[in-house]
Design a protein around this ligand. Structure first.
Ligand code: SAM
Length: 236
């Protein structure tokens, strides 16, 4: 049997010793089997946390997607394997923090790639545009945002939204009267507009200004979380 296939089998069996010996022999940890699944997805799906850890340490991609667009984290979450899920979530957060730091350093060193967060944005009645006149958020997305708000507020309690944009989802969230409604927003002009339009004065609203990656320590536990930052926005 091919070594990648053997690693998938070890992952399914929760056989951490076998997985480690295959890794030491140089097997490709980002192998996809014929169903489009990686060893990490197999381990995550069955809640084999030790194998998940060994694979992540060996550089297995936490963000690889199955043919149905599911990551290893999705597999562990859907199957109710909380411990494996948290290990995968932390791997994703750490990668994001490291990549963010590298991106900022590269930029300081004179790299020409611009950052949306440092560009001017413009608001009109029905859209938020970046400095290249590319739409960041448009009014036609309102029904979609309302559906998201309904889902994240279904259990009531404390709600977190990351990325204010035009405030469509936050306006909808407010209609459900959550106990608390925390909003993380990183763009200075979007933040300034939030304050100008009264969001800072709403009783249940707490605004945290900054990149979510930089303000993690200010976040708490939430009953519903919505995340929509469009962080792939970069200028070339
Ligand atoms: C697509 S818009 C969000 C639209 C919003 N869901 C709505 O209903 O109007 C993305 C927002 O995320 C903000 N953003 C981008 N990167 C961010 C980051 N790292 N942390 C926090 N906010 C960020 C942008 O400034 C922008 O306001």
């Amino acid at each position: 049997m091919e070594k990648g296939q053997q690693l998938c089998e070890a992952a399914r069996n929760g056989d951490v010793a076998k997985a480690k010996s295959l890794i030491a022999s140089g097997v490709d940890v980002s192998f996809f089997d014929r169903n489009g699944l990686t060893p990490l997805m197999h381990a995550a799906n069955l809640g084999h946390t030790d194998v998940v850890k060994a694979l992540l340490e060996a550089g297995a991609p936490w963000n690889a997607l199955s043919p149905s667009n599911q990551s290893a984290g999705d597999f562990s979450m859907d199957a109710g394997h909380q411990e494996a899920f948290e290990v995968l979530l932390n791997a994703g957060i750490q990668a994001e923090l490291i990549l963010g730091t590298i991106a900022r350093k590269t930029k300081k060193n004179g790299d020409s790639e611009g950052d949306y967060l440092e560009d001017r944005v413009t608001f009109s009645e029905d859209k938020l545009m970046d400095s290249d006149s590319k739409a960041v958020m448009m009014a036609w997305e309102k029904p979609l945002m309302e559906a998201h708000a309904k889902a994240v507020c279904s259990g009531g309690g404390n709600i977190l939204n990351v990325g204010f944009g035009m405030g469509l989802v936050d306006t909808a969230i407010q209609q459900y009267g959550p106990a608390t409604h925390t909003i993380v927003e990183a763009h200075p002009e979007v933040y300034e507009r939030m304050l100008r339009t009264g969001w800072g004065k709403k009783n249940n609203v707490k605004i945290i200004f900054g990149r979510w990656q930089d303000v993690l320590s200010q976040l708490e536990s939430y009953d519903g979380i919505f995340f929509d930052t469009m962080e792939n926005i970069t200028k070339t």
